[in-house]
Design a protein around this ligand. Sequence first.
Ligand code: SAM
Length: 292
Amino acid sequence: MAHEPLPAGTLYVVATPIGNLADLSARAKEVLAAADLVACEDTRTTRPLLAAHGINAKTVALHEHNERAACAKLVEALSAGKSVALVSDAGTPAVSDPGALVVEAAHRAGIRVVPVPGANAAVAAYSASGYLADRFLFVGFLPASASSRRKSIAALDADCPVVLYEAPHRVLETVEDLAAAFGPERELVIARELTKKFEEVARLSLGAAREWIVANPHRQQGEFVLVLGPRAAPEAKEDGEAERILRILLEEVSVSEAARIAARLTGASKNALYARALELAAGPGIKLAKPR
Ligand code: SAM
């Protein structure tokens, strides 16, 4: 099959599926088919993916053990006008995966870098977590040793959701450590085997998470993302006060502005106030501000 040639000397950072092969985007396929070189974390993983899509590309290895040497060669090829597609074994390169080094080198060499976005386990899990938040903290993998892991966990008491990658043989211990650090009431989303046959997404309290995992022997197998819920926002000085302020503001400004200002004035959670503002706006008794 003939492909439109890619612009010369461009580095494409191409996301590949995290399980379901159909998640390779049409644009990713085009770029992989047309690139002069495909730099892969493991050619044994990427070649079958390319073959499944009928792509016969020239591959080179770029993994954590040869990253520096491979990076120099790739920059040389890019500078000579070749187009290179960078992929990792699964998901988005350079996200808890090799790739950042060659991307950085490309920027320094004045080479154009083009992302071809697609699957990413952290974002997939976060999107299915349902926390009402306007930001999240991506931590990636915690340290493997128990003592370093516990130290890292102690620093994760955030007011926004925290997204972690975890290996199957450590998931139980990590959940126990999270429960010990943040208490049984704190919420956790366990996203397992995303986009694959045995996918599970469970939102539960840290108190219940251990039981959920041990209830089924398969739940210590496969791939996991953990999304820790945010710490509870300090209660408004007086709930009645937040409600009174919200009602007044709803008559003057939009729902989101009302929640934002009420949160600043009372210290209550903006998300909780936004949810309440939506309820008030949908009910009788408030003459809502006209949209500007
Ligand atoms: N670059 C990848 C991305 O964009 O998500 C992440 C690579 S990292 C080496 C691999 C980790 O990502 C796994 O150990 C697991 O924590 C998470 N992960 C990858 N695929 C997953 C899936 N299908 N379901 C759940 N977690 C997954």
